[in-house]
Design a binder for this molecule. Structure first.
Ligand SMILES: Cc1ncc(COP(=O)(O)O)c(C=O)c1O
Length: 396
């Protein structure tokens, strides 16, 4: 029997998601009876709020089981548009809104709508793991710019200028950031966006964690920075993190109408609409405001408590340096003083102490760990104690 032909270049060049891989390994150990402290998963440990589930069930029972318009049911697109007005004062029409099967797919469609083969895309590192692979799948080239803990993991206008070439087409930003938790101030963001506008770049602003901010940090909706910014920005967000709806697969894009139309047309050939009855659950998240606000407040209180605790405990460990991030649910401690590659650090940590963490190199920043605190307080306390014990066995 002859061997079948090789897989496509797309399939061969793709790196599978390292965060999902670490999480899968930790879950396998757990299934085998090990007491694992998992800091790897990027999802809230809370259930979806009841009123959202009930709205979905009611929709399912009432027969909302057929195809829906590709960019989303109109009431949901209207509610999303209205939310941008209420949150940021941004005037958005439903024609600018596309609801996609997960924020991940929203990002991918955004890249596909703006980039052609040969284009370059600037991605500040540490970055969310999927951006480079999406760019490669579009035939474009990711260009990384490292923003380490000396600049609080933030891109500066000067750094951005230094990596722009005539082929640069798109800048991808993520604030609050996965993996660093960094949140740009409005003026920091404005200075970066001014450079992107000057060079006529598209901007994909991943604002998936917009509502998960602490202390005095505020999210910036990049499309609100100037009319020029609005004309070239795709704002990606969604329901996964804010409303604890990761399994529902509902992401959103707000973009200038011609871009939104292009994105919806691509989606119409790839996946069609997001599960129809799930969209009614999402609608309840936006319309039953008081219930949603209460659920979000409960989650934020827990996340903030865990953030402060984990940050304080990490900085007590000799050899670890950790900034107090103000967004998302991640901390990104520097472990470079141990002189180990971060992948080796994580492998040994999991083997020796059953603590699952994702190495910074998975996010383009060697020498760090990404720790998610979207997990139980006891797991965090036990996990950081084990991490300290592990670090004490290493040379510095
Ligand atoms: C920065 C960022 N953007 C987008 C997504 C995608 O979210 P979704 O689960 O809606 O696909 C994630 C999820 O991990 C994320 O961390």
């Amino acid at each position: 029997m002859s061997t079948p032909p090789p897989l496509s270049t797309w399939a061969r060049n793709l790196s599978p998601s390292p965060t999902l891989a670490v999480d899968a390994k930790a879950k396998a150990l757990q299934a085998a009876g090990e007491d694992v402290c998992g800091f790897a998963a990027g999802e809230p440990d809370f259930d979806t709020p009841e009123h959202i589930k009930e709205a979905c069930i009611a929709a399912l029972r009432s027969g909302k089981t057929k195809y829906a318009p590709t960019p989303g049911i109109m009431p949901l697109r209207e509610a999303i548009a209205a939310q941008y007005g209420a949150d940021y004062g941004l005037k958005v029409t439903p024609a600018q809104v596309v609801v996609s099967p997960g924020g991940k797919f929203s990002c991918y469609l955004g890249v596909l709508a703006t980039c052609s083969p040969g284009d370059e895309v600037i991605i500040p590192a540490p970055y969310w793991v999927s951006y480079p692979e999406m760019v490669k799948l579009a035939g474009a080239t990711p260009k990384f710019v490292l923003c380490d803990d000396t600049t609080a993991f933030k891109l500066t206008p000067e750094l951005l200028e230094s990596v722009i070439t005539p082929r640069t087409r798109l800048l991808i930003l993520c604030s609050p950031s996965n993996p660093s938790g960094a949140v740009y101030t409005r003026s920091e963001m404005a200075a970066i966006i001014a450079v992107a506008v000057k060079h006529n770049l598209y901007i994909l602003s991943d604002e998936m964690y917009e509502h998960l901010v602490y202390d005095d940090a505020k999210p910036t909706c990049v499309a609100t920075l100037s009319p020029e910014a609005e004309a070239r920005t795709l704002v990606v967000a969604g329901f996964s993190k804010t409303y604890s709806m990761t399994g529902w697969r509902i992401g959103t894009t707000v973009a200038p109408a011609p871009l939104a139309k292009a994105i919806a047309e691509m989606q119409s050939q790839m996946t069609s609409n997001v599960t129809t009855f799930a969209q009614y659950g999402a609608l309840a998240a936006l319309t039953e405001k008081e219930k949603t606000k209460a659920a979000l407040a409960t989650m934020l209180t827990a996340f903030d408590r865990r953030r402060k605790f984990l940050h304080a405990e990490l900085n007590k460990i000799a050899g670890i340096r950790c900034l107090l991030a103000q967004g998302a649910f991640y901390l990104f401690p520097n472990i470079s003083s141990f002189g180990l590659k971060d992948t080796e650090f994580c492998d040994r940590l999991l083997d020796a102490e059953k603590v699952a963490a994702v190495p910074g190199s998975a996010f383009g920043a060697e020498g760090y760990l990404r720790l998610s605190y979207a997990t139980g307080d006891e797991i965090i306390a036990k996990g950081v104690e084990r991490l300290a014990r592990f670090c004490a066995t290493l040379q510095r």
